[in-house]
Design a protein around this ligand. Structure first.
Ligand SMILES: *Cc1c(COP(=O)(O)O)cnc(C)c1O
Length: 852
């Protein structure tokens, strides 16, 4: 079986077609149809048999077959043209290169999973797919990103079903030599090593593999190496390894080992050190500790090193579900980061403080990776506007004294990589009737009115038909695995119908996603599926976490419902949701359904992929849909947010779902004009393509990260010279020490008459005690705005008061004016904040003293 090692493949490729090796090893093929066509043309059957895996395909061809290809001048010319095209893609200036000077030289992007292509199964779900799309779009935009992750020997599990509809898991063993990876080697050919200390004097050693994602290298650490004992070899065995200790060691390897792998990469290639470190969710957070260790080694104190690290670190939080956040026992942390595994200059009590939940409602016994992530990053974000709001509330304990709105967590809404997720037939339709801007300009689909109804509808039907074919074949093989004989499976040829309104629903199966909401009233669902004139069909997929029996029960309920001979031609559960399935599922569905429990869907991206293919969304107003639903691009399922009883809430929301499908979605789909066109449906499709199209793109997302987070972080990191880090650390500790003495003693105002009017000016004088601090250390602000009946200030505006006079004993007066700008109830307050140019925002230190 090991005959298809990459090394062997490369050496046997005859010179005229040697470039096939480069084309296979750069994963850009996975979003570049012409390169896939080239591979398919080598041997169409073998291409299918290899499940579209170029490395496997090349390995499967005999030397004679390869020689024959090398002797075909036309084929050789095609290989050369494809290789040229790749070379151009890799070297030409792109968006980022046009932004001018002073941009970050390199950005490191750390993630526990990367979903790039089905042939590199190193992802479990949304987080990984997003990370993959981030790298691909960074490549397309020319952003100098380096990815860092782990290489899991078993990847994520493959899902199948038992006869009873229970999820079973198998873990295929992956041989890195058969994957599109290259081992990092020293000049003498020996593998590069990265080591991380473990308690008891053990050392964890890892090799580093590199996947090339277009222009972006992705470094993956692998602990399955000879130097390790049995236990250490297993650390990278599978995604999100079981118990706490396994997971903790994975994250130590990812964060600490990941930085060391980057340093090896820099040494080998001369690549610039990253100026920005992006932590994709808490899992990779230990990278900050390793960077602190590096800086302590170069002469900074722990406090100074923290300031330097924070400046260049970006942290993205991805979940408002507490169970989705990694928390380790403090005792466990002490074992792994203290005792005989302690690192000089990085004391374990300081590490523990970084992840401490030392706020009301926190658990004193745990170390929280998201909390550490936020404390080690000067810039942080959630992944949709609503998730930003929810995250600011969720973490506001870290910034006591500030309103949630001021918590320094921004939001950048996720996006999806169009070249990966848009079906070729959709692209070709746009190119034919609109032009090449379809793929070159995010606004290309604004010309969608140039595409005739019949053409759109015909492509939509083709996509639906392909999905129907695919679903039949998957249902058949699933039933064969479930123990059915081929003779029993005649009905499978009638599963789904290429002319019936098709609703898709696919996701991991945590509770909040509510896989089975649609089963709330099974009779009602049956009626929708079997409607005589306006039937609906459902395609469903999703994996449950292997340890989550509750999730597996939900899948079983779904499967049992779909097994019923009365409805099984209208509903199919397709096992083993993965990238390969997703790529035909999204385009083939007319409607993409999402019914999470608001507001637990941080963003959601599957509906975006559907929209780019002309699908319409039917969703709870959560995540991205809350932000971009506009009344014309799909449907919003009303949420019963205020209803506390979860059963009652599910009943209400399910009933609303049935009502919308029955009363709006199905009638519109089946309402045809005399040409047989569903004109009002097609209007919504056009509107979706033109208006959502540009927003849901990962290229928009990555550009937002660059301009809003990476560039400011790189600027901050550059400003944070060792001297500046010392100054900031000194400032921070001085201000923290003396802050308890800061008080707003008294506030006077002039100019508010008995009947104030818009435009009136109010003079504000604040008398403030600063103790040992000076007026230069602080900013005194007047915060004004509307007041609610409970005297809470909302829609606030702040203005800075200027230092006017110093009295004895650290007392000062600060003056300013504010202008009454709106009618109605109005109020203001005064507050004192620490101030230095090296902070990214006023709330950063979490210190504030409010008046009163
Ligand atoms: C897009 C995608 C996901 C994530 O979907 P969400 O809507 O963000 O939950 C998960 N798995 C696969 C295979 C995907 O393609």
């Amino acid at each position: 079986m090991r005959a298809i090692r990459r090394f062997t493949v490369r050496t046997v490729l005859p010179a005229p077609v040697a470039a096939l090796g480069d084309l296979a090893s750069n994963l850009r093929w996975s979003w570049h149809p012409p390169t896939c066509d080239l591979f398919a043309s080598l041997d169409p059957q073998q291409w299918e048999a290899s499940e579209h895996d170029p490395v496997a395909l090349l390995g499967a061809l005999s030397p004679e077959e390869l020689d024959a290809l090398a002797a075909d001048p036309q084929f050789v010319a095609r290989v050369a043209a494809a290789a040229d095209d790749l070379q151009t893609y890799l070297t030409e200036p792109r968006w980022y290169q046009r932004l001018g000077d002073g941009m970050p030289s390199s950005v490191a992007y750390f993630s526990p999973e990367f979903g790039i292509t089905a042939v590199l199964p190193q992802y479990s779900g949304g987080l990984g797919i997003l990370a993959g799309d981030h790298l691909k779009s960074a490549s397309d935009l020319g952003v100098p990103v380096v990815g860092v992750g782990l290489l899991y020997r078993h990847g994520y599990f493959e899902q199948s079903l038992s006869r009873e509809g229970w999820q079973t898991e198998t873990y295929p063993v992956l041989d890195p030599d058969e994957l599109p990876l290259a081992l990092l080697r020293e000049a003498d050919g020996s593998p590069c090593h990265v080591t991380v200390g473990l308690p008891g004097g053990r050392v964890l050693t890892a090799h580093v593999w590199k996947a090339q994602v277009g222009r972006v290298p992705l470094l993956l650490l692998d602990s399955n190496v000879e130097e390790n004992d049995e236990a250490a070899r297993g650390i990278t065995d599978r995604l999100y390894g079981g118990g706490g200790e396994h997971r903790l060691q994975q994250e130590m390897l990812l964060g600490i080992g990941g930085i060391r792998a980057l340093r090896v990469w820099q040494r080998l290639t001369g690549a610039a050190a990253p100026e920005v470190y992006h932590t994709n969710e808490g899992h990779a957070g230990f990278l900050g500790l390793e960077r602190i260790r590096e800086l302590v080694g170069s002469g900074l104190t722990f406090d100074e090193a923290i300031e330097a690290v924070r400046a260049g670190t970006v942290f993205t939080t991805h979940t408002p579900v507490p169970a989705g956040i990694d928390r380790f026992g403090r005792d466990q942390m002490e074992i792994f980061f203290g005792g005989d595994n302690a690192v000089p200059g990085v004391p374990v009590d300081r590490i523990l403080a970084l992840g401490a939940e030392d706020y009301p409602g926190g658990d004193a016994g745990v170390f929280n990776m998201a909390v550490m992530g936020l404390r080690l990053a000067q810039r942080a974000n959630g992944v949709s506007r609503l998730h930003g709001v929810v995250s600011r509330e969720m973490f506001d304990g870290l910034w006591p004294g500030f309103d949630p709105a001021e918590v320094p967590i921004a939001s950048i809404t996720n996006g999806v990589h169009a070249p990966t997720w848009v079906d070729r037939r959709v692209v070709e339709l746009g190119e034919k009737f609109i032009g090449p801007q379809i793929t070159q300009d995010a606004r290309g689909w604004e010309g969608v009115d140039q595409v005739p109804d019949e053409e759109i509808w015909s492509v939509r039907r083709q996509l639906r038909s392909s999905l129907v074919e695919e679903a039949r074949s998957r249902v058949r093989s699933s039933w064969l695995r479930r123990g059915a004989s081929p003779a029993e499976l005649g009905w499978v040829d009638h599963v789904l119908d290429p002319d019936v309104l098709t609703i898709g629903f696919a996701r991991r199966v945590p509770t909040y996603k509510r896989l089975t909401l649609m089963l709330r009233d099974p009779e009602r669902l049956r009626r929708l599926l079997l409607h005589p004139d306006r039937p609906v069909q459902l395609v469903i997929a999703g994996k449950s976490h292997p340890a989550d029996d509750h999730g597996k029960r939900l899948i079983q309920q779904m499967v049992r419902f779909a097994d019923d001979p009365a409805v099984r031609h209208r509903i199919a559960f397709l096992p083993n949701y993965d990238i390969a399935m997703a790529q035909s599922l999204y385009p083939g569905c007319d409607v993409w359904l999402n019914n999470p429990l608001r507001p637990f869907e941080a963003c959601g991206t599957s509906g975006m992929k559907s929209a780019l293919n002309g699908g319409l969304n039917l969703s709870i107003l959560d995540g991205w849909w809350d932000e971009w639903y506009d009344g014309e691009n799909g449907w919003a399922i009303p949420t019963a947010d205020g209803v506390d009883d979860p059963e009652h809430r599910d009943d209400l929301e399910a009933a609303a779902l049935y009502d919308i499908i029955e009363g709006s979605v199905a009638p519109r789909f089946y309402d045809r004009d005399d040409r047989g066109m569903p004109t009002r449906w097609l209007e919504m499709v056009r509107h979706t393509l033109a208006s959502l199209g540009p927003k849901v793109l990962a290229s928009r997302m990555v550009a937002d990260y660059v301009t809003r987070l990476y560039v400011p972080a790189a600027d901050a990191a550059r400003a944070m010279t060792p001297d500046a880090a010392k100054a900031l650390a000194g400032f921070t500790s001085r201000v923290r020490r003396h802050w308890p003495a800061v008080r707003v003693d008294h506030v006077e105002s002039d100019g508010v008459s008995d009947s104030p009017q818009v435009g009136d000016e109010v003079v504000v004088r604040a008398f403030v005690s600063l103790g040992e601090l000076t007026p230069d250390d602080v900013e005194v602000q007047v915060v004004h705005g509307r007041v609610t009946p409970s005297d809470t200030l909302v829609d606030t505006v702040t203005a800075t008061l200027r230092h006017a006079e110093t009295y004895e004993a650290g007392r000062h007066r600060f003056d300013g004016t504010l202008t009454l700008r709106r009618t109605g109830a109005f109020g203001y307050t005064v507050r004192v904040l620490p101030r230095t140019d090296l902070l990214a925002g006023p709330a950063e230190l979490g210190l504030v003293t409010n008046a009163g």
